[in-house]
Write a protein that binds this ligand. Sequence first.
Ligand SMILES: [Zn+2]
Length: 457
Amino acid sequence: MKVRQAYRFALDPTLAQERALRSHAGASRFAWNWALAQCKARYAAERKWYSAAELHKVWTSAKKADSALSWWSDNSKCCYQEAFRDLDRALRDFIKSKKGKRKGRKLGFPKFKKKGRCRDSFRITGDRVSCAGASVTISRIGTVRTHESTRKLARRLQAGTARILSATISRTAQRWFVSFTVEVERSVPAAHARPGSLIGIDLGVKTLLTGVDDQGSVVTVAGLKPLRASLRRLRRTSRAHSRKRPASTNRRKSAARLARIHARAANIRADALHKATSALTARYETIVCEDLNVVGMVQNRKLARALADQGFGITRRMLGYKTAWNGGRLVLAGRFYPSSKTCSSCGAVKAKLPLSERTYRCDTCGLVLDRDVNAAINLRDLAASGAERLNACGGCVRPGQAGRWPLNQEPGTALAGKTGTAAGNRRLRDRAWRWRICGSEARSLQQGRHRGRRRRG
Ligand SMILES: [Zn+2]
């Protein structure tokens, strides 16, 4: 199976190399802004934009004609070309989104990028980068040391099972990274190592996930809350940051400090999620979980932090491609399937189940069970009862193009005749309540910060 995969390495550039990296990122930003201005000017006159190829032509003549642009040759020509391609795609996506032909949230018109406000990054085509040992060779920049060995990728390149399509070099919290987009020939087993194994997973906030497998054993992965753990430090640092004079050296330094804390939390989270999802997908052929509206839920500002901290969206995405790599499959329950409110023993559905009730008590058959375990059992049994029908167009979730997921059925049609939209809405509210309760702790901490500010004022 051919898959697109990213290999990301932290770089340890020399001072001269770091200057070159900054220069390239700046050139990429300049090219984007220059191209956007050209497109806007042309649109005002002719009602159309330039394509990436046209932009490149205009740029080639402009950089020769304008002596103020003579610095262009300091940087690889790739970073200009790729910026034009990015803008081209951004404009096309904007139109598609406007016409309703693009999935996901509405996209705005591309904006100008400002130094210090935008992400420092640039992209190089695959033929101009290579890696060996603990180093990466980038055209015009040279051989840059990587923090860890690149052997995982280098071996694949040598064996001919991988091809570098492009490399994006970017900066996060004062640290430079190279991310290779690689087309990898992956040997995927025809069948899972443990055929027939099945687990239902309920994603929560207190515990990252609760699963019940086909043998009836309960698997729990405790929530890490790396962000909450570093919240104290974050609070102190951001308070200190807000006291620094704007545009001062001290403010720049404290911003870097703050960014490092955020980056560290993100790393801890990604690591924990990778470990948990790898273990689950290796062990179970079929994984069933809920299809939560993560983007919608994060918009609830009181829950956003607790929710984003658990990385629900990332968990689901990882489960999606890792099940496929292991010859298994991921089944998503319809967004409005009442997994928490249904009795896993007799199938009775409760009209209401407050989130404070952590134990499920069935009024019909008298079942008493942990709430998350009950939900996980329901999800597990859903797969056995032909849950594929709950997935859009019956498809299993395979990694397709990056970030694309099969669309679910319209709300209310997921379980024809059984679950209406009204019940579904209750389900969503039910979820929202849970976040609200768990988010209260984070909220009180946040209020503490505001109190601190008021006292100072
Ligand atoms: Zn019951």
